[in-house]
Structure formats: structure tokens, C-alpha cells
Design a protein. Structure first.
Length: 328
């Protein structure tokens, strides 16, 4: 009996190890590919004087990941490569109370400006600011059109192709119905943004260029002509007009997509989307009979910590395949 228990325990241990290896082999995405935003600002004291040499730490409230910098002589700071989502900003300087700012929720591609004021006091004391006005974009950034996580999940999509939401932005039209085989071999949808050609758009998935199957097929797409796996997409941003130095290659829209990831909280979803002919009416050429139609799309997603603040896992299944993400 004891021998059987040992064999079962060894089998479970081996199964877990094999699962982890499979996750690494089937498309693990490291944490640094999730970064997509930045925070800059100025630190001043109560008199309005610049505070140089202050330590500024920005921490993600979802994963606990933190980045730290020091203000220059003019009190200025800037931190790049931040993940999307809620952030906490802490500022420390000898002779001043610690300042803590919450309520900053970064979006993909955002260049947020957050100014901090320090009060004279002991460093053990703390000033918490959590109910300020939303962060206002005061930079000379490009025109942005963010499609949020809630919109990605809740808006109806025929075929559940997330790129159809690009057309929610002003000046963007879905060009798929009128594209020519002589000008595009893309398997996915194509878009014209701000009057540009569909081939002028650049797609970035977690900061990495995401293209189709050829030079003409710059728009990514699967064999079905759709980009499936909505539950793996957190949000995306359509940048137009002028861009910062971090963008380039094409003169059209820069479409930044950020995928979901595991966090310190276990979270998951199950879904089924059903379309059928039960509520359809006969068309003009149907001879009074409704043609049969049925489509079921189902799946789920699950994410959470393997080690709090250190190691995360997110997985999603869909009717056309699966996607896994590993963060450390």
C-alpha cells in the first residue's frame, strides 16, 4: 500500500514538471515583453522649489513589480517600460515625509505625467494621495485611441476577431471588403487609418512587430481570416498623427496590443457564444424557409501567481487553439 502511494506521488510530481515544460515550449512570453507605458514628472517641495536626488519608485499593484529612479537637479524624473494597469508611486528624500500617490492607471502606450509635492518632516512619516483628478496628458504625444479591456470583452464581435475594434477609432475604416488581391495577400482584416494605405500600418504585440505572411500581408491574421483569442488580449491602442522616437518603419497607424497576464490574484473566465437561426426570418430568396445556422464558440481563461510578486502564469483556450503566457 505504501509503495502504491509513493508511485502515485511520483507520478503527480512528474506530471507537474512535464506541464511546466510544456508551457515553456508552447509560447512562453517573458515579463519584459509586457511593458508598454511610461511615467514622468517633477518633484517639488511646499515652496515650489525643485527637489533633486529624490528616490522615485513605481510599483505595479497587480504583480508587485517595481522600477526605481532618482530625480535630477531640476526635480525631474522619467521611468520607462512600465506595465499597464494600476500603479503606486512612492517618493523618498531625507528631510521630507514620504509621498505616496495611487490612482494612476496606465494604458498601453501612455506617457503619463505625475507631479509630486513633498512636505518637510521625518522620512518615517507618510503623505498618501489617493483621490486626485485623473492623470491628464500634457505631453506632445501622438493621437491615441485606446480600446480598453472592458470593451474588448463586452462588445459584440462577429467571429470574435479583436482587430475589428480598430474601426472604433475616428478616421479608421475596415478595408477588408474592398481590398484587392493585387495589393494585399493578408489572411486577416485590413484597415485604412487617417487616409493611409492598409499596408502603412504597423502592428506591435507586447512591443514586438506582429505581421502577416508576406510583405503585402502586413496585417496579422489566421487561416480563418480572423484574429481569435480575445480573452488573451487585455487592451490595445491605435496611435496616429506623429509618433515618438520609439515608433517607426511605417507611416500609418501604430497598433499596440498588450496581452493578458497572471497577477497576484487568481482570476479566470468561462464563456460560450452561441449564434443560431432560431430568431431569424426568411430572406427574399429563402422561399419561406429559414436556412439552418448554428455557431458555438466556447473556451476559458485562467491566470494567477506561481510565486507571489515573482512568478505568474496565464493560459487561455479557444476554438482554434491555445495560448500560454509565463511571467517572471
Amino acid at each position: 500500500m505504501r509503495k502504491q502511494r509513493l508511485v502515485r506521488s511520483a507520478s503527480r510530481w512528474l506530471s507537474v514538471r512535464l506541464l511546466v515544460l510544456v508551457l515553456f515550449a508552447t509560447g512562453a512570453i517573458p515579463a519584459w515583453s509586457q511593458v508598454a507605458a511610461a511615467i514622468s514628472g517633477k518633484v517639488k517641495d511646499a515652496t515650489g522649489a525643485d527637489v533633486g536626488g529624490a528616490t522615485v519608485t513605481v510599483k505595479s499593484l497587480e504583480t508587485g513589480a517595481a522600477r526605481t529612479t532618482t530625480t535630477d537637479e531640476g526635480g525631474n524624473f522619467r521611468i520607462f517600460s512600465l506595465p499597464v494597469g494600476p500603479q503606486e508611486i512612492r517618493v523618498n528624500k531625507a528631510g521630507f515625509k514620504e509621498a505616496v500617490r495611487t490612482g494612476v492607471n496606465l494604458e498601453v502606450g501612455q506617457q503619463a505625467v505625475v507631479n509630486i509635492q513633498l512636505e518637510v518632516g521625518e522620512i518615517a512619516q507618510q503623505v498618501l494621495v489617493s483621490a486626485e483628478a485623473p492623470v491628464v496628458n500634457t505631453t506632445t504625444d501622438s493621437v491615441r485611441g485606446v480600446v480598453s479591456e472592458q470593451q474588448v470583452k463586452d462588445l459584440p464581435l462577429n467571429g470574435r476577431s479583436v482587430d475589428n475594434l480598430i474601426a472604433l477609432n475616428p478616421g479608421a475604416i475596415n478595408y477588408s471588403a474592398i481590398k484587392s488581391a493585387n495589393t494585399s495577400t493578408s489572411d486577416g482584416n485590413t484597415f485604412s487609418v487617417a487616409g493611409r494605405r492598409p499596408g502603412d500600418n504597423e502592428f506591435l504585440l507586447n512591443g514586438i512587430e506582429y505581421t502577416g505572411s508576406s510583405q503585402l500581408a502586413v496585417t496579422p491574421g489566421g487561416a480563418s481570416g480572423q484574429l481569435l483569442g480575445i480573452d488573451a488580449v487585455r487592451e490595445f491602442n491605435v496611435l496616429t498623427d506623429t509618433y515618438g522616437a520609439q515608433y517607426g518603419k511605417r507611416s500609418g497607424a501604430q497598433v499596440e496590443v498588450v496581452t493578458q497576464s497572471g497577477t497576484n490574484q487568481l482570476h479566470g473566465t468561462l464563456f460560450e457564444f452561441l449564434r443560431n437561426s432560431a430568431l431569424d426570418s426568411p430572406g427574399a430568396l429563402d422561399n419561406g424557409t429559414v436556412p439552418p445556422f448554428r455557431r458555438n464558440q466556447f473556451g476559458g481563461a485562467l491566470g494567477g501567481p506561481l510565486k507571489k510578486n515573482k512568478l505568474f502564469l496565464f493560459g487561455t483556450t479557444k476554438d482554434s487553439g491555445r495560448a500560454w503566457q509565463f511571467r517572471a
